[in-house]
Structure formats: C-alpha cells, structure tokens
Design a protein around this ligand. Sequence first.
Ligand code: NAD
Ligand code: WQD
Length: 341
Amino acid sequence: MKNTVLVTGGAGFIGSHTAVELTNAGFGVVIVDDLSNSDMGAVEGVRKITGVEIPFEKADCNSREELEQVFKKYKFNSVIHFAASKAVGESVEKPLLYYRNNVGSFVNILSLMSEYGVSNIVFSSSATVYGQPDTLPATEQTPRKPATSPYGNTKQMCEDILRDSVAAYKGLKGIALRYFNPIGAHPSALIGELPKGVPNNLVPFITQTAAGIRKELSVFGDDYNTPDGSCLRDYIDVVDLAKAHVVAVTRMIENKGKAEYEIFNIGTGVPVSVLELVNTFQKVNDVKVPYKIVGRRAGDVEAVWADTKLANNELGWKAERTLDDTLASAWAWEKHIRNIK
Ligand code: NAD
Ligand code: WQD
C-alpha cells in the first residue's frame, strides 16, 4: 500500500517544496493549511510540477475539530508538521498568538495521531534553539540556549513535547529537524518563498531589492568578530531541505531509527557571511543589489552553522545544490512572480 503523509503548512515555503519531493518519491500527500501565511498558488504550483492533483484541505491545526475532520477523511501513516507562525519580531509583540498557534497546533496533531493510530511525525525545528553556541559548528549535542524570543521558545517547547510524547505513547516515533537558514526556490520557478509585507529574512529582501521593490538592503552590522565583520549563517537550499524530510519519514516507516525520538541538524556545514551572500547573488545573477551597512539588528547572533555529520551518516542525506544555483533559483522565482523578463 502507498505510504501517505499529512503535510500541515503544505502551502507554505518549505511545505510546498516538501510536498513535491514526497510526491516525486512515490508518497501520497495530503496538504492541510489555513492559508494564514500563504495562498493556493503554492498548491497549484505543486500540482503543476508533479502532475498530481494533490488533495488540499483548508483547516486550522489549532482547531481540534477542523483538524479531526482531516484525520477522519484520509488515511495516512505519517505527518510532517510545518504549520506554525514564524516571525521572530512579531512573536515578541504577540507572544500568546505564537504560544497558542505553534504549541496548541502541535498538541492537537499529536493527540489526534495517538487517537487515530498514526505513527510517525517530523517536526520543523530550527537552529534558533542553539542561540549563539559556545563552540561551532553546532552539533545536535550542543546545549540549547535559553530562547531569546517567544518564537524560539515554541520550537524548544515543541521539541520537548515531542520527546515526552514519544516516551509516553507506544508506537509513536518522532524526528525533529533543526533547519539552519532555508533559502532558494524550486528550479521550475513555480514555487518559492512569498513573504507578506516587508521581508524579515535576508534573501527575500535581496531579491525584492534586485527587483526594485525595495530601495536598498540594510546589512545589519559589519563589526562582528568574523572574517568580513558581517554575520555568518548556514544557508540551506529549500529543495535539499525538502529531501531531508523524505528520508526522515522513510527512516521511521522502515524502522531504521536508532531511537524513537531523534534530532538532526539540516544545513550545509558551510558558514557564509551576509556580504558574501549579497556579492554572490549579484555575480551569479548579473544584477545590482544596492546596500548600505547599518547597525546591528537586536537579537542577532554573530555566527551559527551546522555540524551535519549526523544527518550525512545516519540519514544518508547531504546538501547538494551549490550556493550559486540556489541564489539563481531565488532570483528566477522573484522574476516569475513579478513578471520580470
Ligand atoms: P511558511 O509561513 O511559508 O509556512 C507555514 C505554513 O503554515 C503557511 O502556509 C501558513 O499558512 C500555515 N499555517 C500557520 N499556522 C497554521 C495553522 N494553525 N493551521 C494550518 N496552517 C497553518 O513558513 P516556512 O518557512 O515554510 O516554515 C515552515 C516551518 O519551518 C515552520 O514551522 C517554521 O517555524 C519552520 N522553520 C522555518 C525556517 C525559515 O527560515 N523559513 C527556519 C527554521 C524553521
Ligand atoms: C540572516 C542574516 C541578519 C535581513 C531567522 C530566524 C531563525 C530562523 C531563520 C525560523 C543575519 C542579516 C537580514 C536584512 C541583513 N527562522 N540580514 N539585512 O536571523 O539568521 O534567522 O530565520 O526558525 O529563527 O531568527 O535569518 O534571514 O533574518 O538573517 O543584514 O535585511 O542576514 O543580520 O545576519 P536569521 P535572516
């Protein structure tokens, strides 16, 4: 029988790319999304890329009743839970919205899984749980730092909820993937990142500046203790990241895990500075990105990148796309949505 995966938040940036990779790998997919941070264009893009009329249900994971209808209607043995609110700044302004949505939705998912006998879950965690690590690169054993935002706190809380649930409910298995900085778009340019309003993240700000929507990029700080003074991050291509979900689900279905609950870093293992990223974007795409150096952004860590050995060796997964290809795909997507030739 075909393995089917419920993809919550599947109309979003990472969820839509994962729906494509799951379908390409032969999985059945059901997408659930409340479209609070996305639209049906992504679902249509996924259907177009795969040629499969993937079912979509508009439902709020924070409503147990709405979510239960999905569990009643479809048969699936695994869940990938992307649905969450993700703006760090907004979470400081509206903490209860974040605790309710991110933690409440996750509790609903897990309790319905145990009620309906669904065994496997992948949870979208984040490198934010490491804060500024004392040693780099960050391994999965690197101690988590106290969260500096309600958003970051929800990721830590959900990791712990998953650990405790797996320990308590027989048959439940979970994998938390700690994403570093996901960027880029599908090579078809039919799906990609679609932030609402002014982008908080670096790459969408760069692509919108190149497209003339933003006047100039502000580079937040050039006085860090790094080779060029700007912050270092581990930028992971979204298609590579999507593929990590396919191997994580497969690992649980095939009972290949070393434990019922596992954590993996998903990154490239290569630190890239803000200025390096901007310059590479300009070079690869032959387009100008006006920028100025401004002061540091509150809450930013200086440097964080992944030790990816565990994912490489245990999952047999490795980031493959080059930064050049990823930044070309990000620009192709921006041009596609803005009708730029
Ligand atoms: P996204 O906003 O593009 O996707 C999330 C999707 O979930 C959206 O389509 C939104 O409409 C939906 N959603 C939100 N709340 C919902 C609810 N209650 N019920 C149903 N749908 C709901 O974000 P993304 O970048 O694709 O992130 C996916 C996941 O990965 C999130 O959990 C995020 O916290 C996590 N993550 C993202 C990053 C990043 O930089 N993009 C990094 C680390 C972790
Ligand atoms: C990257 C670098 C900025 C915008 C965030 C969340 C994290 C995770 C991923 C979800 C930093 C610099 C940025 C700009 C800039 N999300 N920058 N000018 O902050 O590493 O991580 O997204 O889990 O939790 O905090 O990503 O893309 O915002 O910034 O100079 O206009 O680019 O200072 O060094 P970040 P980012």
